[in-house]
Design a protein around this ligand. Structure first.
Ligand code: F6R
Ligand code: ZN
Length: 195
C-alpha cells in the first residue's frame, strides 16, 4: 500500500490553465503529429516555413498508479488547422477497458470516440459539458473554435495507453472546417479492415 498522503490540494488554475501538482506536463508539436492529419503535405508546408507550433499540451497528476485510483489532468488544445482539418490530439485506446470523462472548461471542441470494430460517435464540448468515453472505446479531442480549447479529464490510473491502433488505422471520422463551420466527415485514410 502507498504511504503517500492523499490530503493535498490539487489546484486547477482556470485563468492560466495550469494544474498543480502535476506528475507530468507534455507539449506536442506539429512535427510529432504531422502523419496523423489527413493532409500531411499541408503539415509539411507549415513546417517548411520554419514554424513548428504546439498543437496541444497537457498536465497529468497520477495520484497513485495502482488499481482503484484515478489519474487527473488538464488538456489545452491550441486553435489552428492543417489544411482543412482542425488541431487535435493524437488519440488512443486504453490498454484495459476503462472509462474516462472530459469536462469542458473553455472554448469549443469535439470528443470523437470509436469502438474497436469501428463504430464512431462524437460529442460537441463547450464549457460545462461532460463528454463520456465508454470502456474499450478509442478517443481523440479536436479544437473546433478560434481560441484555446481546455478540458479536465479523469480516468482509472491502471488503464494504460495504446497509441498503436490509432497510428496504424487512424480514426473513422475526421473533423474539418467547411464554410467556416466544423463538419464531421469520413476519414479517407481510415483503415477499416482487421485482416
Ligand atoms: C488520458 C486522456 C487525455 C489525453 C490528452 C492527450 O487517458 O485521454 O488526457 O491523454 O488529452 O491526448 P493523447 O494522450 O491522445 O496525446
Ligand atoms: Zn484516455
Amino acid at each position: 500500500m502507498s504511504s503517500e498522503s492523499f490530503s493535498k490540494v490539487i489546484n486547477l488554475d482556470l485563468k492560466n490553465f495550469t494544474m498543480t501538482p502535476a506528475t507530468r506536463k507534455r507539449e506536442v508539436r506539429l512535427s510529432e503529429l504531422k502523419d496523423y492529419f489527413s493532409d500531411p503535405a499541408a503539415a509539411n508546408k507549415i513546417l517548411s516555413s520554419g514554424r513548428d507550433p504546439v498543437v496541444y499540451e497537457y498536465y497529468e497528476y497520477v495520484v497513485d498508479e495502482s488499481a482503484g485510483h484515478l489519474s487527473l489532468g488538464l488538456t489545452i488544445i491550441y486553435p489552428g488547422k492543417v489544411g482543412k482539418e482542425y488541431f487535435m490530439t493524437r488519440g488512443h485506446f486504453h490498454l484495459k477497458p476503462a472509462a474516462e470523462f472530459y469536462y469542458g472548461i473553455r472554448g469549443r471542441g469535439m470528443l470523437l470516440i470509436q469502438s474497436e470494430d469501428g463504430r464512431a460517435e462524437y460529442v460537441e464540448l463547450r464549457p460545462g459539458v461532460i463528454g463520456y468515453v465508454p470502456p474499450g472505446w478509442g478517443h481523440r479531442t479536436i479544437n473546433t473554435g478560434r481560441g484555446k480549447f481546455v478540458f479536465f479529464f479523469a480516468y482509472p490510473s491502471d488503464a494504460g495507453h495504446d497509441y498503436g491502433i490509432v497510428k496504424e488505422k487512424g480514426f473513422a471520422k475526421i473533423v474539418i472546417e467547411e464554410k467556416g463551420k466544423p463538419k464531421v466527415v469520413d476519414n479517407p485514410k481510415y483503415v477499416s479492415s482487421t485482416i
